[in-house]
Structure formats: structure tokens, C-alpha cells
Write a protein that binds this ligand. Structure first.
Ligand SMILES: NC(=O)c1ccc[n+]([C@@H]2O[C@H](COP(=O)([O-])OP(=O)(O)OC[C@H]3O[C@@H](n4cnc5c(N)ncnc54)[C@H](OP(=O)(O)O)[C@@H]3O)[C@@H](O)[C@H]2O)c1
Length: 298
């Protein structure tokens, strides 16, 4: 692939909206760290921030955006509906906007296809599932408080269930899923791309204490190119047509993770990275009251 200036690139969603290809992740970024991290990212040139009600840091994310001085309309902000809030979509977005101190978000996602009972987090509602949640989500863009809606952690099975339901009038703009060389999910990515649903790669560096950091093939490709393993992982995600949202609270890493302009991986390097023999997911579904992953890509 010809080298691009990825920090300036956007992916056009099925709504026509243009989402910046590289964003800052904020899961596990503590409230006292995330404000500075968001500010540092925006000053380094990032224009896309990913958060969630479940991360407990929306207020500080909003503060960091304000501290940066970058006008709100130049920034793409994604947040997510938490599992125990599926029956309260309207309340969920109201809570997020209040904490972020914003009039709107650019993208609102169903965080997981699990309508968890808030009275007992080990239970799934017997009378509610993500189909009903999506019916409520579909009302939001009309309010102006949410520009685009999408889902997260949907495999092919749940995506088919959603898209084939007669109540589904809006095709999700995005499916945010775990994607890195040890979980490349080619069938799911291809399935979504075929339905004009953009995939965002989360845990794109392999998450906290990433085992990918020790991968010899990744290390060799990185050293041959004079890039860091993290930069190579991000380029791999971008060249697959997925947006990437690396998380860091370290200013030097935030800057380094944005050095993605004017270089590229060869087809052979892409192939080597996509064919790692071992497979693992960082984010499983053991902690949820329902199974949401059904084997490879499903
Ligand atoms: N939708 C979902 O269910 C879901 C699930 C998981 C994640 N996400 C989103 O995706 C984002 C990214 O995923 P993630 O947080 O799991 O993990 P990640 O971005 O793959 O990795 C983050 C880890 O890598 C470290 N790191 C960052 N840049 C580095 C570099 N250049 N060199 C070495 N280490 C580096 C970070 O450390 P420091 O921070 O200490 O620098 C942190 O420990 C999340 O923050 C969140 O916004 C969404």
C-alpha cells in the first residue's frame, strides 16, 4: 500500500460522517491521568477520543478536551452505553453528555450485546435484549445529541440477528471490536465491510502488559523499518481499513503512537503479521451474564 498521512485520514461511515482514523483510547486511564492524556493527545494532533460510561472517566475526558483549547467541533468523541443501562438508553446518553459536559457525541455505541440486570450483574434481563436496545438507540440521532450510532463486541452471529430483525431500520455505522495480529478476525471484518459497517480496532496494541510486545516477528519487522512495535501494530490495523484507538497515559507514547505518516508496511509484512500462529482475546465474555463470542469471528 502506498504510504499515507494517516493522522490526517478519516474513514467515511455509512452515514457520510468522517471519523478520524487514529484516536486515543481511555479504558483503564485513571481519572487523575486521563485529563492530561487527552489534552496531550489533542495538542499532539489527535482529533478522536474514545471513552465509555463504564470507564468512569467521562468527566475528566471532557475536562481534558476543554483544557486543550481545541474547538469541540474539530474533535470526534465516541462514548458507549453500559450493559446495565440497556433499558435506559435515554438516561444513559443524558448521563454521558452531562459528565462529558458536551451538547453531543459523534458516536454512541452499545458497549456489549448484553442487557445486564442492574439489580444483579450476573443476570441477563429475561424480557430485554440488544434488539430492543437498538430500537431505543435508533431514536437518538434525531435528537441531535448523538450524530452516529453503532455497536461494539458484536460477532457475526449477533450482527446477523440485529440486521435481520424487522425493527432494525438503521444499520450500525461502526462495530468496535478487539483486533490485533493475535485476534485478526478476518471473517468478521470482511462481513462488516460487506455491510458497510466500519470496524474500529480496540486493544490494537494487545492491551495492558501486551504479550504482543515480545513477538519476534513483530520485533524484527519493527527494527527493520526503524519503527516501534506499537507503531507497526497501528499501521497493520490502519492498512486493513480499520480505525485504531491506542490507549496511553504516557505523553511520549501518545506522541509516538501518532507518528504514522509517510510510511507503510509491505504486503509481505502485513501477511506475516496476520498469520501469527497463536490466537488470543484480551477481552473475553466470562464476566458477562450471557455468552457473546461463539468461536472464531462468530
Ligand atoms: N469496546 C470495548 O469493549 C473496548 C474494550 C477494550 C478497549 N476499548 C477501547 O480501546 C482502547 C485501546 O485498547 P486497550 O486500552 O485495551 O489497549 P491498547 O491500546 O492495546 O494498549 C494499551 C497499553 O499499551 C501501553 N502502550 C501504549 N502505547 C505504547 C507504546 N508506544 N509502547 C509500549 N506500550 C504502549 C499502554 O501503557 P500506558 O498507558 O501506561 O502508556 C497500555 O498499557 C481502550 O482504551 C478503549 O478506549 C474498547
Amino acid at each position: 500500500m502506498a504510504a499515507k498521512n494517516w493522522t490526517q485520514e478519516t474513514f467515511t461511515l455509512n452515514t457520510g460522517a468522517k471519523m478520524p482514523a487514529v484516536g486515543l483510547g481511555t479504558w483503564q486511564s485513571k481519572p487523575n491521568e486521563v485529563r492530561e492524556a487527552v489534552k496531550a493527545a489533542l495538542l499532539a494532533g489527535y482529533r478522536h477520543i474514545d471513552t465509555a460510561l463504564a470507564y468512569g472517566n467521562e468527566h475528566e475526558v471532557g475536562q481534558g478536551i476543554k483544557d486543550s483549547g481545541v474547538p469541540r467541533e474539530q474533535i470526534w468523541v465516541t462514548t458507549k452505553l453500559d450493559n446495565p443501562w440497556h433499558k435506559r438508553v435515554e438516561e444513559g446518553i443524558t448521563s454521558s453528555l452531562k459528565d462529558l459536559d458536551m451538547a453531543y457525541v459523534d458516536l454512541y455505541l452499545i458497549h456489549w450485546p448484553s442487557s445486564t440486570d442492574p439489580a444483579d450483574l450476573k443476570k441477563h434481563y429475561p424480557d430485554w435484549d440488544f434488539i430492543k436496545t437498538w430500537q431505543e438507540m435508533q431514536k437518538l440521532p434525531g435528537s441531535g445529541r448523538v450524530k452516529n450510532i453503532g455497536v461494539s463486541n458484536f460477532g457475526i452471529k449477533n450482527m446477523e440477528k440485529l440486521l435481520n430483525d424487522p425493527s432494525c431500520k438503521t444499520v450500525p455505522a461502526v462495530n468496535q471490536i478487539e483486533l490485533h495480529p493475535n485476534n485478526p478476525s478476518p471473517k468478521l471484518v470482511e462481513y462488516c465491510q460487506g455491510k458497510n459497517i466500519h470496524c474500529t480496532a480496540y486493544s490494537c496494541l494487545g492491551s495492558t502488559n501486551s504479550p504482543l510486545a515480545k513477538d519476534p516477528v513483530l520485533g524484527e519487522i519493527a527494527s527493520n523499518k526503524g519503527k516501534s512495535p506499537a507503531q507497526v501494530l497501528l499501521m497493520w490495523g490502519l492498512q486493513r481499513g480499520t480505525s485504531v484507538i491506542p490507549k496511553s497515559v504516557t505523553a511520549s507514547r501518545i506522541e509516538a503512537n501518532f507518528q504514522l505518516d509517510g510510511w507503510s508496511l509491505t504486503d509481505d509484512e502485513m501477511k506475516q503479521l496476520s498469520s501469527r500462529p497463536d490466537r488470543f482475546k484480551v477481552c473475553g465474555d466470562d464476566w458477562l451474564p450471557v455468552k457473546v463470542f461463539f468461536g472464531d469471528d462468530e
